[in-house]
Ligand binder design. Structure first.
Ligand code: G1P
Length: 274
């Protein structure tokens, strides 16, 4: 069975929920402590032993490309140890996540691959990172695997929502998926976390879908077709997902990371600082 060696980071979204922060800076470049969000995403990918990365950018995202240039200060600060090869492609129009992923077809070249959103980072409760947890299931099942997280029911309208059979604790064989449903239409409260290990057949299903929610090509719709024809699993991630797509989450995430990091946690220990 083919091993996952490649990862795709869609980073072409407009960042409208972060406005005006994103007027001149991509949301993927917002800092979480001393690294931009996308650097944390790359670290997550590297943790899974993946060494080829494609970033899908769009209009106004040039600083992401610049960030990965060689910089002689890297040696001094050891800021980019063992960085892999990173490729870039531009999504020409904002037509949704499935359309963005389609730009990865040549890079993927018929191999299985991971997709990790450029605006979402993870903290694991286990020794294994979230990317490793997903790849473990992929290696065991040789099928597409989606990272899942239970969300409060009032939040289902923000996410792709799945339902299926729980075949082992936290492991679901998915039967159905809906992108950002209203509460009344949500088949469960199991949300897609923006981390996927995909079989390359996904491109054939992307070719079959029509514009869906918000008139965009939705990856959830392609996966929904896929799960009717082949096994698609969902694994409840053992850890936490930090969605940097809104201001509140960005601020919360920054503070949570600072509290946990010994370089910055002193700030919270001295009440005079708060
Ligand atoms: C995307 C996916 C959605 C998923 C979400 C996770 O939505 O379409 O299914 O639940 O990522 O963050 P977006 O956040 O790009 O609107």
């Amino acid at each position: 069975m083919a091993k996952i060696r490649k990862a795709v980071i869609p980073a072409a979204g407009l960042g409208s929920r972060m406005y005006p922060l994103t007027r001149a800076q991509p949301k993927e470049m917002l800092p979480i402590l001393d690294k931009p969000v996308i650097h944390h995403v790359v670290d997550e990918i590297l943790s899974a032993g993946i060494d080829q990365i494609l970033v899908i950018v769009g209009k106004g995202k040039e600083s992401i490309i610049n960030y990965f240039d060689y910089n002689e200060l890297d040696l001094k600060f050891n800021s980019m140890p063992d960085f892999p090869e990173i490729f870039f492609v531009r999504q020409r129009e904002q037509k949704g996540l499935a359309d963005a992923v389609k730009y990865a077809k040549k890079f993927v070249n018929d191999e299985p691959f991971m997709v990790l959103a450029g605006d979402t980072i993870y903290g694991s409760n286990k020794e294994k990172t979230i990317a490793q947890q997903i790849i473990d299931v992929f290696n065991r099942k040789s099928s597409t695997v989606i990272g899942l997280e239970k969300v409060p029911i009032e939040k289902v309208k923000h996410y792709g929502i799945v339902n299926g059979d729980e075949i082992e604790k936290g492991l679901h064989l998915i039967k159905n998926m809906v992108e950002k449903p209203e509460i009344s239409e949500a088949p469960s409260n199991l949300a897609i976390t923006a981390a996927y290990a995909l079989q390359p057949d996904i491109f054939a299903f992307i070719d079959k879908i029509k514009p869906g929610k918000n008139n965009e090509y939705q990856l959830t719709d392609a996966l929904n077709l896929m799960c009717k024809e082949q096994d698609v699993f969902g694994i409840e991630i053992d850890g936490k997902r930090y969605d940097i797509g809104s201001k509140e989450f960005w601020v919360e995430t920054f503070i949570e990371f600072a509290r946990k990091d010994e370089r910055f946690s002193y700030i919270f220990k001295n009440p005079d600082n708060l």
